[in-house]
Design a protein around this ligand. Structure first.
Ligand SMILES: [Zn+2]
Length: 165
């Protein structure tokens, strides 16, 4: 049975941080603030995959109050999401994501982001779509205060009877 999930994440810019998007260190004057490496793209994809299997979001698995996840690289989160899918005997069909960033230019890095996400999820790169758009200078993204990302995931899960209502 095909299940879908949606993920959305935002992180504000902060001085003195590196910018990680899809596991790629993107050259920029500032990075995103967060407990982990603040990889907003990987977080959105992670929540989409977890959503497709009916799980809670990334914060449930990796609470930002837990010092173990301080500055951790986010491919770890995707690996855990993929593990949860496998645990249910499921298979990730595809993920598709959009980065919403006014700056920096993301397009030159998309291929490597797809490679990193595919590797973390254990799927072929053809199953990972990543696009980027600006916010037409509108809102917090347009003012370059942060970066947002949204994602959907499709997961094939064994058919099972609906739980009693
Ligand atoms: Zn996040």
């Amino acid at each position: 049975m095909n299940h879908v999930g949606i993920g959305y994440d935002v992180h504000p810019f902060a001085e003195g941080r590196k910018l990680f998007l899809g596991g790629v260190e993107v050259p920029h004057g500032k990075g995103l603030d967060g407990h982990s490496d603040a990889d907003v793209l990987m977080h959105a994809i992670c929540d989409a995959v977890l959503g497709a299997i009916g799980e809670s979001d990334i914060g449930h698995f990796f609470p930002n109050t837990d010092a173990r996840w301080k500055n951790v690289r986010s491919h770890l989160f995707l690996e855990e999401a993929a593990r949860q899918v496998k645990f249910r005997e499921g298979r990730i069909v595809n993920v598709d994501a959009t980065i919403v960033a006014q700056q920096p230019k993301v397009a030159p890095h998309v291929r490597r982001m797809r490679e990193n996400v595919a590797a973390a999820l254990g799927v072929n790169i053809a199953r990972v779509g990543i696009k980027a758009t600006t916010n037409e200078k509108l809102g917090f993204v347009g003012r370059e205060e942060g970066i947002a990302a949204m994602a959907v995931a499709s997961v094939d899960l064994p058919d099972m009877p609906d739980a009693p209502i």
